[in-house]
Design a protein around this ligand. Structure first.
Ligand code: AMP
Ligand code: MG
Length: 625
């Protein structure tokens, strides 16, 4: 384990006035430094810079002793055992130790303990905390480890020093993991390879739990006024759209009414018609506009008066024929309240589809602009020093090894743009922390969602989770999913104070090309839709019942088997794309769906047979088979 970093905070009226008067702080420093710990200055940033914060002073019964009251509300998890240990140490020296009121616990992945103020008490407490690896073990666990390091060392020292901890369940429970309340679990990339975690500390979640988490964490982006043109396709409406008021047809005339302002009082108005006035031009004061049932009303008008509530006052001739007489002036007999809205034409939350119906409806009711949710922009990057850009290959340094073509960026960019979202291409990011931090910061500034591939498994170069948690203050909501392919799929949110949204979602997808594309469709598409204002219930890609045309092996995990799904008169049929290794890109070629294979049951069949029916998710266009 890398040397723990300790921050010491002295709480003392005396020392505050004269730092030289602080003797307890230096005493703690001396003791922990002897123990191989590194002391840093306390910055109170609590973002993973320090492993242990030790305060000294302010824990007694004096009226000005308020350290526990100040610290306790900051603790995310309390550690009463550590409090016991400290009290025990103090009381062994003197019963007056009972008047010490220490607190201890964790804040993110930092351990916090409040020590008494006297040098003697500090020495007793620190010695007790360091003995038998208590703090060392705590720090290792809080950093996201499983405690093997301390267990191994203590076991080697023999059973006496380890006591009952010997039967601690960590040793036996392979699925053991840190409590989920802990906010950071990633490993420390600065540790040497041999000291890093061998197994992911992240709990493995089900596909449906993962999707619920994604849709819970993500809120739609802000709303803007958009022009009603063909470019509106893909947007989601953020307002209800009503038809102009429906006016009952009268027998006396085929004129249904006049559009006007609800503020227009009864009186004589000049009549405008589609021949004399453009509906895009605001209705001039003193004028009303003749409308037919369901027809468009001009800008500025917000209501319609029925013809029965008006009286014709003057006409004028518009041609030589006897019928070429037009209304010139009409008297309104009542004032009409605003917007007795007509039929609801389109509901808030409606997706403007490429099939054209929504844009047509908007145009039909005369809408020139409409309020719609912003469509997300995606920052896309690939991680991995072995990757080469197909469009701009640069020779890799070193032994002449050719590297791997970056497959994920082009394929994901195509998929994202295919769904109608814009991509900011952040390129290939090498496997080091500063490059990751710089690329992700750019993504946070320029996009509404960040999408990365690679670097999510437990290999030495895997940096995503630690960078998210330790460098960007992000929260990893899940770091593993029970799905094949795609187990290391990671979803996080990164706070962006002062940004357009409070936080930006990030998906770190596995590096294998098939895994990346499968997990994109399953997890990222719903996230993009939610950002773009889709109602949660509709965000997932649709699934249909298909009949499989080849037998398909079942795995212990639920599996998405890439398939070509065709529509036939007998229903949908699914043809496998062949070998399903996650590195086999060809398993996606031609695939327009994923057959959702259930996990293999303990006594259940090992495969599904030709002709079996199963659900499949549709990711592309359906064609006739
Ligand atoms: P990683 O999670 O970074 O260890 O990646 C897992 C595997 O996927 C490795 O064999 C990588 O070389 C490969 N891989 C990662 N990213 C890409 C990519 N963008 N294109 C093609 N292969 C990749
Ligand atoms: Mg990699």
């Amino acid at each position: 384990m890398a040397a723990p970093r300790v921050a010491i905070l002295t709480v003392s009226d005396t020392a505050a006035l004269d730092p030289a008067a602080d003797r307890s702080g230096p005493a703690i420093q001396a003791l922990v430094t002897q123990h191989g710990y590194i002391c840093t200055h306390l910055t109170l940033s609590l973002t993973g810079d320090v492993d242990w914060i030790v305060t000294t002073g302010g824990t007694g019964f004096g009226l000005r002793d308020r350290t526990p009251e100040a610290i306790r509300p900051l603790l995310e998890r309390e550690a009463p055992g550590i409090v016991h240990l400290m009290l025990n140490a103090s009381m062994q020296a003197t019963p007056l130790g009972a008047l010490s009121r220490p607190v201890a616990g964790t804040i993110k992945n930092t351990l916090v303990s409040t020590l008494p103020g006297s040098v003697k008490a500090v020495q007793e407490n620190i010695t007790a905390l360091l003995q038998a690896g208590v703090v060392e073990h705590a720090i290792e666990l809080v950093r996201g480890g499983r405690g093997e390091h301390v267990h191994a060392r203590l076991a080697a020292e023999g059973p006496r020093s380890f006591g009952h901890h010997h039967h601690h369940h960590h040793d036996h429970d392979r699925e053991h993991r840190a409590p989920v309340t802990r906010s950071t679990l990633s490993q420390d990339p600065s540790l040497p390879a041999h000291a890093r975690l061998r197994e992911s500390p992240y709990p493995i979640v089900s596909i449906s739990d993962a999707l619920v988490t994604v849709l819970r964490e993500i809120r739609p982006l802000p709303v803007f006024e958009e022009r009603v043109t063909s470019k509106l396709r893909g947007y989601v409406l953020a307002e209800d759209i009503f038809a102009p008021q429906n006016v009952p047809i009268t027998h006396s005339t085929n004129v249904d009414g006049y559009a006007l302002r609800s503020t227009d009082p009864p009186g004589i108005y000049t009549v405008l018609t589609p021949h004399s006035h453009l509906i895009s031009t605001p209705l001039p004061p003193g004028h009303i506009f003749r409308v037919n049932t369901g027809g468009p009303i001009p800008a500025g008008a917000d209501t319609v008066i029925m013809v029965e509530d008006t009286r014709l006052r003057a006409t004028h001739r518009i041609g030589p024929a006897p019928e070429e007489v037009e209304e010139a002036q009409v008297e309104t007999l009542v004032q009409v309240p605003p917007g007795e809205n007509g039929d609801l034409v389109l509901e808030r939350g409606t997706v403007v589809q490429a099939a054209g119906g929504e844009i047509g409806s908007l145009a039909f009711v005369g809408r020139t602009t409409v309020r719609a949710f912003k469509r997300p922009v995606v920052a896309l990057l690939s991680t991995g020093g072995e990757l080469l850009d197909v469009q701009a290959p640069t020779p890799l340094p070193g032994d002449g090894w050719g590297g791997i073509w970056d497959t994920n960026r082009p394929s994901l960019q195509a998929a994202i743009e295919g769904y109608g979202y814009e991509v900011v291409d952040l390129g290939i990011v090498p496997d080091n922390v500063p490059a990751h931090v710089a690329a992700l910061r750019r993504g946070l500034a320029e996009a509404d969602l960040i999408l990365t591939t690679g670097g999510t498994s437990m290999g030495v170069g895997d940096l995503l989770k630690p960078v998210i948690e330790h460098h960007l203050g992000g929260t990893v909501h899940f770091g593993r999913v029970r799905v094949k392919p795609g187990k290391p799929t990671t979803f996080a949110t990164i706070p962006t104070p002062g940004g357009q949204a409070d936080s930006v979602p990030l998906f770190a997808l596995p590096g294998n090309p098939a895994s990346a594309l499968v997990t994109f469709h399953i997890f990222v598409v719903p996230a993009l839709r939610r950002l773009g204002g889709w109602t949660s219930a509709k965000c997932r890609l649709p699934s249909v019942r298909v009949q499989i045309q080849e037998s398909m092996k079942l795995d212990s995990r639920p599996e998405y088997h890439r398939a070509i799904i065709v529509a036939t008169p007998e229903g949908f049929k699914a043809h496998s794309t062949g070998g399903q290794r996650s590195s086999r890109v060809a398993s996606l070629k031609g695939a327009n769906g994923f057959v959702a294979l259930p996990p293999r049951g303990e006594k259940g069949p090992a495969k599904l047979e030709v002709g079996d029916f199963v659900e499949a998710i549709i990711i592309g266009e359906l064609h006739m088979g």
